[in-house]
Design a protein around this ligand. Structure first.
Ligand code: PLP
Length: 371
């Protein structure tokens, strides 16, 4: 029998749409000895994760914890718990993830009203206002940072309009959390999900979520059962809440990693972290300009953590990405959907967002483009 050698991954610089680079202390935390998932020491650590997540989301929401699963599980968690069959929901669609949310909401039985903007553009408040004139939805949902296009949609005005109509406000912060301001309570966000592998700089595997008391009441006073047993907040609350009733076996090592990643975020300070992401984005943008390259997403609403770089005429889009990976061990992302072949997606998320990485990717891009 042939034996397969142990897997040894190469050392990359992760400058794509996620996962981002992870601090050595986060990787070290994952190799710590396992505890039982109801061990009092682990349970205390779960409480610290919840407390740190509240600080990072800037919320007092009691129902704040990481769902076991990636960002898409958080999306399903919010939709499954809030939607009952036949409910109307309004979803902003300006890229892959708004499109995905429509699919998820439909599978939960919702009638989805799409508010669409061209990929790369933001969802304008007036578009939502127009949809709200004709509908009174269960929730209005927006993807804050569209990772597929690099656009950051402002949410405060849209959230206020949703509330004025008696609707909840749902926000996807998978790419925004930890990389730019996200202020749940100030913005009146009722349901939110994120991911660990972007600006929190933790491996993928958990989805931090938070529900406002209003959203929690909607989820607990439903007429129908939540169609997903795994993601039912009524069951998860007993596990992550005071009672600690077994629901599922929490991914122990992932929770260690998230604990350490959140600790690092708070040690740096949210404002400092946001400023670092802004500074490095501006540095990259200036360097791209010198190379004759620009950013494709809407001016004034460009993400700091995900840069959608326009592929110049005549350049070999896939060839450049391949060369960056093989010659420089740098991963960047390709465009998706209508932006396929037209943009490169350069991530400056979490630990990846450094001036050294900006310099490195600009130098490598220059070499590849000269070829
Ligand atoms: C904005 C946004 N929402 C949702 C997701 C889905 O997250 P995951 O791939 O972790 O399931 C992603 C992933 O890239 C994302 O960028």
């Amino acid at each position: 029998m042939t034996t397969i050698p142990a897997f040894v991954p190469p050392q990359r610089t992760l400058m794509g749409p996620g996962p981002s680079d992870v601090a050595p202390s986060v990787l070290k935390a994952m190799s710590a000895p396992l505890l039982g998932h109801l061990d009092p020491v682990f349970v205390k650590m779960m409480d610290e994760i919840k407390a740190m997540l509240r600080q990072v989301f800037i919320t007092k929401n009691e129902m704040t914890f990481p769902v076991s699963g990636t960002g898409s599980a958080g999306m399903e968690f919010c939709c499954a718990n809030l939607i009952e069959p036949g409910d109307e929901v309004i979803i902003g669609v300006n890229g892959v993830f708004g499109t995905r949310m429509c699919d998820v909401a439909e599978r939960c039985g919702a009638k989805v009203i799409k508010v669409e903007a061209p990929w790369g553009q933001i969802i304008e408040p007036k578009q939502v206002a127009e949809a709200l004139r004709h509908h009174r939805p269960k929730f209005v949902a927006i993807v804050h940072a569209e990772t597929s296009t690099g656009a950051l949609t402002p949410v405060e005005e849209i959230s206020k309009m949703a509330h004025d109509r008696g609707s909840l406000m749902l926000l996807d912060t998978v790419t925004s959390l930890g990389g730019c301001p996200v202020r749940l309570d100030d913005w009146g966000i009722d349901a939110v999900y994120s991911g660990t592998q972007k600006c929190l700089s933790c491996p993928p595997g958990l989805s931090p979520v938070s529900l406002s008391p209003r959203a929690l009441e909607v989820a607990t006073k439903r007429k129908t059962k939540v169609q997903s047993w795994y993601l039912d907040v009524n069951l998860l609350a007993s596990y992550w809440g005071e009672q600690r009733v077994y629901h599922h076996t929490a991914p122990i090592s992932m929770n260690y990693a998230l604990h350490e990643a959140l600790r690092l975020v708070l040690e740096e300070g949210l404002e400092n972290r946001w400023l670092r992401h802004e500074r490095n984005h501006l540095g990259l943008k200036a360097g791209l300009k010198e190379l004759g390259l620009g950013i494709a997403s809407q001016e004034g609403h460009q993400l700091w953590q995900l840069n959608a770089v326009t592929v110049p005429e005549g350049a070999d889009e896939a060839g450049v990405r391949k060369q960056l990976l093989t010659d420089f061990s740098i991963e960047i992302g390709a465009g998706l959907g209508p932006m396929k072949g037209k943009i490169w997606r350069i991530g400056l998320m979490g630990a990846t967002s450094t001036p050294e990485n900006v310099k490195k990717v600009l130098g490598a891009l220059k070499t590849c483009l000269n070829k």
